[in-house]
Structure formats: C-alpha cells, structure tokens
Design a binder for this molecule. Structure first.
Ligand code: NAD
Ligand code: UDX
Length: 571
C-alpha cells in the first residue's frame, strides 16, 4: 500500500481539475485542487461546473460530494476538494502537481513566441515558502525543456532547513471534448525524473499512483528532459499533420481532387495512420499554436534557425488556411460582404467542448466584420460573454462589434435573412448526413466503462498468473462478444490486482462510445426557407451532405473541394 495519502493540484483549469477528479475517483487519496481564482473554485463547488466534458459531472460530483461512486452503488467518502486555500493544501500534501497556465509571452524577450512561465514560477515559490516537510513536485503544465531545472533551483534556494524536493515531469496529453476518456484510459503516462536514487524513487511513487488504474506497461519512465520535450514534440507533430492536410486542401480546391478522399487514401497506410488528418478552417485550442511557437523559440535560442523555421511553417499554414477560407467566402459573395448577413454555425475550436480559445471562428468572424458584414453566431455550448470578450480582444473597432454582431440562441434565428451560412465547428447537430441508428444510447464513458468491470466471482474471471496472456485476451474477447456492444471503441484489456491481498485479479476493458449520439439535428429545409437568395453554405468542416443541400437550392462551397457553385447553377 502507498505510504502517502494527500495530493495537491495547483490550477483548477481544463487540466488540473479533471486530473484531480480522476485521481480522486480511481484512488483513495485525498485530492485538493487549488486555485487563487475564487470564482473558478466557486464554480467547481457548485452544481454547474465551469468546464463541460462528457462524464466529468459524474466523476466530480461523486468524489466531491461523496455520493455513490460506482455503478454497483457503493457509497464512498468525499475525497476531492476545490479550494482557494493554496498554501494550506500545499502544506498538507505529499505530492504537488503544478497544472497552471503557460501562455505565450506578450511582452519582453521572446514576445509572441516564448512560453510565459511566470505562473509556474509563482506556484513554485509558494511551494518552497509553505513546505515544512519533503515534497514531490510534479510538472503537469506544458513547459519548455529544462524548466524542471529552474523549478528545482527555486525550490532549493527557498526551502525551509532540512526540507527536500524532488521534481518530476509528467506532461498531460488529454484532448478537450474527450478529457475524461483520455484520463481514464490514456495512451501513455510519461514520468520524467533525474537519474539519481532520490529522483528514481520519486518517479516510482508517481508510477504507483497511476498504476492504480492505468495498465503498468503504459506508464513510461524516462529522463526529465526527454519527458518535457516529448510533450512539445507530440503537439507539434499532431498540429503538423493538420497543416499537412490543410495545405493539401488548397491543392484539392484548385484541381478537383477531394481532400477527404486524399486523406483517407493516405491514412490507410499504417505508417501514416488515420488520425488528425481532417481538413478544416485551421486548428485552434489553447495548446497547438502556443506549444509550436514555444518550440520555435526554443530552437532559436539553441542556435537552430533552420529547425525554428521548419516548425514555424506549421503555424504559417494554419494562418494561411483561415485567410484562404475568409477570401473564398468573400469572393463567392460577389466580392463584397457589406450589409450582407453571414450566419456562423459553431464558435468553439472543436465539438463537444465550450472552449473557444484560439478558435478559428475568432479570426473568421473578425474578418467578416472588417468587411462590413453583419454576423450572427450560433454555438450549442460556447458562452456568449466569452465570445464577446475574445472578439473584443481581437478587434480594435468595438463600435462595429456592437452594431453588427448578434449571438443567437438557436441556428434558425442566426440564419434568418442570411445570405450565407458558414459552418466552423463540426457539431453533430449541424450535420444532415444520415447516420445508422446507434445502439449505444449514452455518451457517458464512465457508465460504459463501469459496466465492463469483470467480477472476480463471475465465469469470465481470469485468475492472475494461472493463464498466459493470450488466454486472458481470449476470455476478454469472448466476454465482449457476449455483451454484443456495437458502436463503441474497445480499449486494450487491463489486468489489475485486487487491493489488500484479496484473491485473484480483475480484468477491466475500457470501452468508450465510438460516436456521440446527437440529441437532435437542425432542419436545413427550415434554414433554407428563411434565407436570402441566392443562398450559400460554406462547409468548413466537410460534415454536410452537399447533394442534399444543393437539392434544397443552396450553393455549396466546401473546404478541400473545388467550387460546387457551377454545379449548383446547372442544377
Ligand atoms: P487554464 O488556464 O484552464 O487553468 C490554469 C489555472 O491555473 C487558472 O485557473 C489559474 O487561475 C490557475 N493558476 C495560475 N497560477 C496559479 C498559482 N500560482 N496558484 C494557483 N492557481 C494558479 O489552463 P489549462 O488549459 O488547464 O492548462 C494548464 C497547463 O496544461 C498548460 O501548461 C497547458 O499547456 C497544459 N495542457 C493543457 C491541455 C488542454 O487541453 N487545455 C492539455 C494538455 C496540457
Ligand atoms: C491537443 C492534443 O490533441 C492533446 O493531446 C494535447 O494534450 C492538447 O492539445 P486539443 O487542442 O484539446 O488537444 O484538441 P485536438 O483534438 O487535438 O484538436 C485541436 C484542433 O485541431 C481543433 O481546432 C480541431 O478542430 C483541429 N483538428 C483536429 C483538425 O482540424 N483536424 C483534425 O484532424 C484534428
């Protein structure tokens, strides 16, 4: 059994809070998620959580409020708190995660590129000031390589006499919109440490925490600097794939090739793979842009300008894509947007989140307003106030914003009287593509996952050590076919030892829905009825059935496909 009981997570944001909640859910440790933003903490303590993620509500409320934790109805104590008592919680903890924001610097050396580490430094200084006993400090935030060295130096220089710190790197790979599923069943957990006996011991302690729910083979230990760089590298490679496909989308539009077909054909090569190859209006979100720019700055400071330029190209293509798509809208609408109404469907940077940070919609709406358009925005989850704040930051001309921008509560109002609809987020409710009826009627990964915990007393129980791995996997496959679950993604089986020396082990199979089930779809017939003619649709995510829309009289323009307007005219 682990000799410690308390974990403190500094930063109650998109990473810190879900991470803390999942640790509390999967272990019996006491977890305190702390933030000096009292409003944010109050929201985490309320019924209306500040972040929308599928399954998060259940996990937070069961651990925070101590209500029934598992599907079997077992009632547990509360082991998760959200608090502004940063110092008290640090003092009480054995392991402290730093999960604060690391935005791009907006002033001084490295402005516009380098990561601003002032929040990491502030959190580190607080830890040193408060800690009266040894602590393990875990870098969860995404940071430039060698940050752990600065963290260590600040801690040691300010430590109370006799207090020792070990610094670990443990970057987070969750993607928004699927944060809970990613935290429950991650592809890998990286733990970087110094190769000293103390460093390795601290790494073992963190391995022990994660191995309570993550398959041991997925928990990778390595040197500190590799771990720090591996996070920036992964984000740069993922974003690069999107820029690859977006660059190809420009070629497709000029040649008659279809970017979805090209991406599909490339993705079938197992060396390339299918993921992150969907063309769109450009990547958004709080991570990709800032992390690549941080890598560019790092390369420059290391005296590697060629490497810096290489990665800068990924961001340049992303800007080009947003610009290209704006120009396409303008040129199709007879080269002027003045006094035209543009309906923008989707403002979040991707579906299934309320987050609009770095969303391409911010740039596109700003561009439309600059061209004199009236813009009506509808998004199922983005908060109106946040849209206004972000657009105000992106524009100088607040008068145009106030007079020409409408944020609507539904798609019909946004599209009423519009000349064009521009789809910028791939929300399921916008799609008019026929889907097979899904058999799994819930999008809650937790409920599904719990239902697949195999009981040691059931027939499908596989006693640990008595069978070979192949036989265990066969047993699990048989179990899954017996369940007849379809339309779900089945993760790799995971064998865990039962706690407290109970006999045997449990086999757990992580199962998450392959697709979320939209509650409803917008009615494009109704949209068409309300629009000015000729009416245009710009499909920035390639999620619509273009033939159906053409039959309704729309002129359809799709990212990564040659203009369909000619075809419309012939219709
Ligand atoms: P966020 O802005 O949502 O949350 C950070 C929180 O930290 C804020 O609430 C802020 O008030 C708090 N904070 C800052 N300094 C503090 C201090 N000294 N004491 C107490 N609280 C403090 O940020 P986020 O999106 O959760 O990202 C956090 C880190 O994780 C970043 O480095 C980011 O790059 C990385 N990351 C983010 C994601 C993601 O999807 N958002 C995924 C992987 C990694
Ligand atoms: C990303 C990384 O995926 C995650 O591992 C890391 O921890 C944080 O940054 P996130 O930004 O939440 O996660 O979302 P992601 O799904 O990666 O999408 C980022 C952006 O790329 C979105 O705007 C999305 O619409 C866009 N995207 C994604 C594409 O345009 N095409 C794709 O094929 C995939």
């Amino acid at each position: 059994l682990t000799p410690f009981k308390r974990i403190c997570i500094i930063g109650a944001g998109y990473v810190g809070a879900p991470t803390g909640a999942v640790i509390a859910y999967e272990t019996n440790f006491d977890v305190a998620v702390v933030d000096y933003n009292a409003q944010r903490i109050a929201a985490w303590n309320s019924a209306d959580l500040p972040i929308y993620e599928s399954g998060l509500d259940h996990i937070v409320k069961s651990t925070r409020d101590g209500i029934s934790k598992h599907a079997d109805g077992v009632t547990t104590r509360s082991n998760l708190v959200f608090t502004t008592d940063v110092e008290g919680s640090i003092d009480a903890a054995d392991i402290i995660f730093i999960a604060v924001n690391t935005p791009t610097k907006t002033q001084g050396r490295g402005k516009g590129y380098a990561a601003d580490l002032r929040f990491v430094e502030e959190a580190t200084r607080t830890i040193a000031k408060v800690a009266k006993a040894d602590k393990i400090v875990v870098e969860k935030s995404t940071v430039p390589v060698k940050t752990a060295e600065s963290v260590r130096m600040i801690l040691m220089a300010n430590a109370h006499p006799g207090v020792r710190f070990e610094v670990l790197s443990n970057p987070e790979y969750l993607a928004e919109g699927q944060a809970v599923a990613d935290l429950l069943d991650p592809d890998r957990i990286l733990i970087g440490s110094l190769p000293t006996p103390e460093g390795l011991k601290a790494a073992d302690t963190l391995v022990e925490v994660y191995s309570q729910w993550v398959e041991r083979s997925k928990i990778i230990t390595m040197n500190l600097w590799s771990s720090e760089l591996a996070k920036l590298a992964a984000n740069a490679m993922l974003a690069q794939r999107i820029s690859n496909v977006n660059a190809l989308s420009a070629i497709c539009e000029k040649t008659g090739a279809s970017v979805d077909e090209v991406a599909y054909a490339c993705g079938l090569d197992h060396r390339i793979g299918k993921g992150m190859l969907k063309a769109g209006p450009g990547f958004g979100g709080s991570c990709f842009r800032k992390d690549i720019l941080s890598l560019v700055y790092l390369s420059e400071t290391l005296g590697l300008p060629e490497v810096a330029n290489y990665w800068r190209g990924v961001v340049d293509i992303n800007e080009y894509q947003k610009d290209r798509f704006t120009k396409r809208v303008i040129s199709c609408l007879f080269n002027t947007l003045t006094n035209k109404k543009i309906a923008v469907l989707g403002f979040t940077f991707k579906k299934n989140t309320a987050d609009i940070r770095e969303s391409p919609a911010i740039t596109m709406v700003t561009n439309f307003l600059s061209e004199g358009a009236q813009v009506a925005v509808y998004d199922p989850r983005a908060r109106k106030q946040q849209i206004l704040v972000d657009l105000h930051q992106a524009r100088d001309d607040t008068v145009a914003l106030e007079n020409n921008l409408m944020i609507c509560g539904d798609a019909y109002r946004a599209c009423d009287g519009a000349d064009a609809v521009v789809v910028l987020t791939e929300w399921d409710e916008f799609s008019n593509v026929d889907l097979p009826t899904p058999e799994v009627q819930t999008a809650d990964p937790v409920a599904l996952r719990r239902s697949t915990v195999l009981d040691p007393n059931a027939n499908n129980f596989v006693p640990e050590g008595t069978k070979h791995k192949e036989e265990e996997l066969c047993a699990v496959s048989a179990f899954l076919s017996a369940l007849k679950v379809r339309n779900v993604k089945v993760g790799s089986p995971h064998i865990t030892s039962d706690e407290e020396g109970l006999e045997g082990s449990r086999v757990r199979v992580p199962v998450t829905p392959a697709q979320t089930v939209p509650q409803w779809r917008i009615d494009w017939v109704r949209i068409a009825r309300g629009m000015r003619k000729p009416m245009f649709v710009f499909d920035g995510r390639n999620i619509l059935d273009h033939g159906k829309l053409q039959r309704l009289g729309f002129r359809v323009e799709v990212i990564g496909k040659a203009s369909l307007t000619e075809a419309n005219v012939q219709c």
